[in-house]
Design a protein around this ligand. Structure first.
Ligand SMILES: Cc1cc2nc3c(=O)[nH]c(=O)nc-3n(C[C@H](O)[C@H](O)[C@H](O)COP(=O)(O)OP(=O)(O)OC[C@H]3O[C@@H](n4cnc5c(N)ncnc54)[C@H](O)[C@@H]3O)c2cc1C
Length: 689
């Protein structure tokens, strides 16, 4: 067995009673959820290093937005200096290097999401894009960004008037053969690039997406360009550019989101990222299809890397939120009989409100850990030019998986953060409880890297194509096997609920079979609705619009939950035996708790008849809540970062809730002082009554 002494012990205290009732060792569960001891060690190394560095000390007062931005930038610089990514790991294989980068990102995200987002955009995503969209002439920028950390960049795609609808963006890059330069221009404010992270105050380069126009006037569509925007020595904006900050936001205050307008701004021809297409010196546009497998791998990496990162960060946000709420629930007592107050965690209502989210935190972690390994292997193989069977089909399937999973995860985490805040009552509203920050820093993830509602439509397109193939008896393009069951759709669609007791529902078989039925039924509904609208004479565009609500949208959500279920149950089967009982219970809870939200469809489609399904499913959820009550404090111990990183007065691992609260409230710098504006508050002639 591995030596886990690098994980600090948890102090003994009021939570011992619940910790002693757990059926497993929380450190082993922690390792199991991480999946790799070296990565877990790296996370602790980062957390402990930052805890010992005064630059990362938590502030007791609200900082101004400008100060948040300054500190975030300084923290990023310091993290770069720590070189958590060693040269050796940087030179190792793609999967190992990327896993290490992802781990660094996750570790920093749990402490300060602004720093990790700044780092993810400005270093990881930009360098990924340089590597995958660029060629050898961009390698110097790549190394300067990721290895030497000399360049902090940004990615400029969104415009004021166009976000999701990227094809219609209006910033142009027109090639001028006389000077061998691209001339970048913003026609008006509606075409200003906006929301660009790191652009407002700090970055020196931007990876710009603009319409490429050749001298013959042809528009070749959006292409990537590396654009210098500030002098690295002075941070002065270069002439020809207008750059500004977006102003106050409702979260991630440390990030300087900015806008930019170009006034016939010139960049060298070589700054076009020319992996798939180039413009010759005299202005001829040339597509390169020389190495399609590498190009597909590059496309996959570009489309998905940021979204995979968001899902990993989301796993950490939900872990922190449920840790705070469960530790609070186990220490906080309210009401009781015979003058004995009982902890909130004893209430079935409280368990039902929280435990589904704890189960989601575990299932998501297992899902994303396994999925990331599959994803990285495919990108690595295709990037290295190795043959990957059905690569283009695999790219399509992975894109569909990511396009529905990022929405499902980020939305669930947002709901979890809100529920955890409410579950901590009034104290949950304190800034030092940290639930407000977790929620508002997480919130934009439902919008950036593809708005959730728009992104999930892409998964729906892919699913419907597979359904049509299955119905026609053609081959289903699902090399990862996530939807191959559709070949049996006729048999699956005939399934009906026959269970007689809750134990029949608490099985992986029941949960996966029910999800398969749901997917088949929703596919049929969505397909029929779409065809009906087309038959009325609507265009494809209009027919799709008319098939979204209750169909397309629900379908993609259900498919995402199914993915989490199949990946996590396969992962649990490989875990050590001592951990399996608790992991399976958490898995059953997540599966049944999620199915509970689809009862309407299960009845509407005839899978459930009478009250048996709803009754047994809900009874099973409540039974699982009761069975898991004694495990939950240790489950969140396994999910939680260190106390310093969690940074919540309500979620400290020692469980000394009121002492911690008193210390926090009493140590606020202005708790006891008379208001500096006391003179304004009194009447002109105060009466001593
Ligand atoms: C904190 C933050 C950081 C960001 N960082 C960056 C960055 O670094 N670089 C960058 O380029 N951008 C960035 N963005 C911008 C972000 O990527 C966009 O906001 C996002 O792509 C959505 O585009 P939009 O805002 O134009 O929304 P819109 O596309 O206008 O959507 C508005 C609403 O309409 C709905 N909608 C749109 N189309 C449809 C449809 N076809 N069917 C049904 N509903 C629809 C959407 O679901 C959404 O709810 C950032 C945004 C935020 C908030």
């Amino acid at each position: 067995m591995e030596d886990l002494s690098f994980i600090p012990d948890i102090p003994s205290g009021p939570l011992d009673e619940y910790r002693n009732s757990a059926s497993f060792n929380w450190k082993r569960l922690k390792l199991s959820l991480e999946g790799d001891i070296d990565l877990l060690k790296l996370k602790y190394k980062i957390w402990q290093t930052l805890e010992n560095d005064p630059l990362f000390a938590h502030s007791h007062v609200m900082l101004t937005t400008d100060e948040e931005k300054r500190i975030t930038q300084l923290q990023l610089k310091r993290i770069n200096q720590y070189k958590f990514l060693t040269n050796e790991t940087f030179r190792s294989n793609y999967s190992k290097k990327t896993r290490a980068l992802m781990t660094i990102n996750e570790a920093v995200n749990s402490l300060n999401p602004s720093v990790s987002v700044k780092m993810a955009i400005g270093i990881y995503l930009v360098s990924n894009a340089l590597l995958s969209l660029g060629t050898v002439r961009h390698l110097k920028f790549y190394e300067a960004t990721i290895l030497n950390r000399e360049i902090l960049a940004s990615i400029a795609l969104t415009e004021i008037a166009h976000g999701s609808d990227a094809k219609l963006m209006r910033t142009t890059a027109t090639y001028d053969p006389a000077t061998k330069q691209f001339v970048i221009h913003t026609p008006d404010f509606e075409a200003a690039k906006c929301w660009v992270g790191n652009l407002g105050k700090t970055c020196t380069h931007s990876l710009l997406f603009a319409q490429l126009i050749t001298p013959d006037g042809t528009n070749h569509g959006l292409h990537g360009f590396l654009v210098p925007v500030r002098d690295p020595a002075t941070l002065e904006v270069y002439p020809g550019l207008i750059i500004g900050d977006m102003g106050e936001k409702i979260g991630v205050h440390g990030i300087d989101n900015g806008f930019i307008m170009f006034n016939h701004y010139r960049i060298p021809r070589e700054n076009l990222l020319n992996r798939t297409a180039d413009v010759t010196e005299d202005g001829v546009y040339e597509s390169s299809f020389s190495d399609p497998s590498r190009i597909l791998g590059a496309a996959l990496e570009n489309l998905s890397a940021g979204r995979v990162g968001i899902m990993q960060e989301s796993c950490h946000s939900i872990a922190s939120a449920v840790t705070i709420a469960v530790r609070y629930a186990a220490s906080r007592r309210q009401f009781g009989e015979r003058n004995r107050e009982i902890p909130l965690i004893e209430y079935e209502l409280h368990q039902w409100r929280l435990f589904g989210y704890v189960a989601a935190a575990v299932v998501f972690r297992l899902y994303i850990e396994s999925f990331t390994n599959v994803y990285l292997k495919i990108v690595e193989k295709s990037n290295s030019g190795q043959r990957v069977d059905n690569l283009s089909e695999a790219v399509g399937e992975i894109h569909a998986m990511v396009s529905c999973s990022k929405p499902a995860l980020t939305w669930t985490v947002l709901e979890a953060a809100q529920q955890c805040r409410e579950a901590c009552g009034g104290h949950g509203f304190l800034k030092c409880a940290r639930l407000g920050d977790i929620r508002s820093n997480h919130e934009p993830t439902v919008t950036y890297e593809g708005d959730n509602n728009v992104l999930s439509q892409q998964a729906g397109n892919w699913l419907l194509r597979q359904y049509e193939a299955a119905v026609m008896g053609n081959e289903i393009d699902s090399p990862l096997g996530t939807i191959t069951f559709l070949k049996d759709y006729a048999t699956i669609s005939k399934d009906v609920f026959t269970c007689k007791e809750t134990s029949h529902l608490k099985t992986a078989q029941f949960i996966t079979d029910t999800y398969k039925w749901l997917i088949c039924w929703l596919l049929k509904q969505t397909h029929e609705k779409y065809e009906k609208e087309m038959a009325k004479g609507l265009s494809k565009f209009q027919a799709k619009i008319k098939s979204q609500v209750y169909r397309w949208k629900t379908l993609t959500r259900v498919y995402a939950e199914y993915l989490a279920i199949v990946f996590s149950v396969q992962s649990i089967a490989k875990k050590e035996k001592e951990l399996q009982p608790v992991l399976y219970k958490l898995f059953y809870l997540y599966g049944l708790w999620s199915l509970d939200k689809h009862l309407v469809e299960l009845y509407q489609g005839g899978y459930g008849v009478g009250d048996g399904l709803a009754k047994l499913l809900r009874d099973a959820v409540l039974e699982l809540c009761g069975e898991l009550k004694g495990e939950m404090v240790s489950v969140v111990d396994a999910l939680a970062p260190t106390d310093f990183v969690l940074n919540s007065v309500l979620g400290k691992s020692d469980g000394n809730l009121y002492q911690n609260l008193q210390t926090a409230i009493f140590s606020n710098p202005d708790t006891f002082g008379r208001a500096t504006w006391w003179r304004d508050a009194i009447s002109r002639t105060p009466a001593k009554l």
